[in-house]
Every structure is written in C-alpha cells, then in structure tokens.
Design a protein around this ligand. Structure first.
Ligand SMILES: [Zn+2]
Length: 271
C-alpha cells in the first residue's frame, strides 16, 4: 500500500518538475501560463508523447523532434530532482507509517494535519526549485512568482494553525535580514529581490529558529561554493552571487533537517 503512495509521489514530482521548467521560462519571457508547451527554438508545439518527464528527453537524445536543436539537460534534471524530493518529503512526513497495514496507513494519510503538512512541504520544494532555476539562469528573482507563492504558503500556514504573530515576526525578520544588508552594501552585494525572498522564507519557516537555520545554512553553502569556485576556476572575488540559489538549497535542507539541527544546537547550549 505504502509503495503506491511513494510511486504516486514520484510521478507527481516528475510532472510538477516538468511544469516548473515551463513556468520559469514563461515567467521570464512574460508569456501566458496557459496553452500547450512548445520548443523554445523552433516554436513547434510539443506532442504529449514528447513531453513525458525524463523519458522523452532520453528517447529524443536531448534534442527537439522537429528542429533537432539541443534541449538543455536542465529539463530532465529538474524533473528528476523534483520527483526524488517529492518522494523524500512524503517519507519525511509519513515515513513512520510505512510499515503499517494498508488500512492503518490509509487512515494515517487522511489525517488532516499531516496531509496539509505534506502539500505545504511539496509546495515549498516546488517554489524553491523555481527560485533556484530562475536565479541560476538569469541572476534574478521573479517578483510575481514570489508574491503568488507567498499567498499560497500563507493560506497553508493559517490553515495549519501557525500563529499570525509568529508568521508576521518571521516575515519581518527574513525581510529585514536582507533589507539591512541591502542598505549597508548600497545594493551591491544583495538585490532587491532577495528582500522579498527573505519575507517568503519567513512564511515558509514561521518559527524564527527554523528561519535562522535556513538562512545560516544557505550562507554556509554559499561560502563553501565560493571557496571551491575560487580554487577551481580561479575566479576573482567579484563574481556575482546568485543568493537565491543558496537560499533555495538552505531552505530545502532546513525543511528536511531543520528540527534536528535545532534540537542538536539547543542540546549543545544546555549541555
Ligand atoms: Zn524545436
């Protein structure tokens, strides 16, 4: 029984990943979100059988059926990673019930709070993957994407019973953290989009300890990546940093391990 749900999570993740690839492109090009997918190079519509996540890319050996131009490996990679992360989120929330009998597991699935948490965590993963791709490709944050994601996550926060004050506090801390850096560096180190992203992180982590864990882990990942890049590519210090990429990674790590990190850290303090 549990395996059907794991498989379902994988399929859903693959489809959402495919949608995210398309979404970032349309957001960037300011195109309508409706209508069939088409090849960005020859503009020919893509048949459904050429639009199956990962498999179509492999079958077509990474090129368009019509114009034979290369399709970026970003497409299958994003689909694959989204699929895997959706499965991991499912395990994170329902993992303790995987050994239950079918009926017990079904009842566990239907528990409102857990189901809400599952969808909310899937949503956060999807939003962070979108932020990651957008910032990695264009060094930008898409404001409409941030606002719409924020509205959706806020609805889940309230429905799941997070206090309005702690949500507001987390949003303010997140936005102020980057806002202050924006003012101090006069907008050189940090973009305006990062302030909005900081606010969105607050909605994602309405507990300030989780929020700080997310921000701190992104800075650690960013610092390590920066050092590796410097040694590897011998790049100077002035390389523009796609902060959103690191924030997205920090957020996903915190989604999975945040509570453990906090428990460990508080344990250290009280030891
Ligand atoms: Zn084409």
């Amino acid at each position: 029984m549990a395996y059907i749900f794991l498989f379902g999570s994988l399929i859903l993740g693959l489809i959402i990943g495919s949608f995210l690839n398309c979404l970032v492109w349309r957001l960037y090009k300011n195109k309508s979100l409706w209508g069939r997918s088409y090849c960005p190079k020859c503009l020919k519509k893509i048949h459904w059988y050429d639009n199956i996540p990962v498999l179509s890319w492999l079958a077509l050996k990474g090129s368009c059926r019509h114009c034979r131009q290369a399709i970026s490996v970003q497409y299958p990679l994003v689909e694959f990673i989204t699929g895997i992360l959706f499965v991991l989120v499912f395990i994170r929330i329902y993992g303790h019930g995987l050994a239950y009998s079918s009926l017990d597991f079904y009842q566990l699935i239907m528990q409102g709070g857990l189901l809400g948490n599952l969808v909310r965590a899937w949503l956060i993963v999807a939003v962070m993957i979108m932020v990651f791709i957008y910032d990695a490709r264009w060094l930008m944050i898409s404001l409409p994407a941030i606002i719409w994601s924020g509205v959706l996550i806020l609805i889940f926060d309230l429905a799941l019973g997070y206090g309005f004050v702690s949500i507001l506090l987390a949003v303010l801390i997140g936005a102020a953290f980057f806002g202050l850096q924006f003012l101090l560096t006069k907008g050189r180190g940090i973009g305006e989009g990062d302030i909005w992203l900081g606010g969105l992180m607050g909605l994602m982590f309405p507990d300030w300890r989780l929020l700080l864990t997310a921000i701190l882990s992104s800075y650690i990942i960013g610092a390590i990546t920066g050092l590796v890049m410097m040694f590897w590519a011998k790049k100077g210090l002035k390389t523009k940093v796609p902060l959103g990429v690191f924030l997205a990674l920090g957020a996903i790590i915190t989604l999975f391990f945040g509570s453990e990190v906090i428990r460990w850290y508080w344990g250290l303090l009280s030891a």
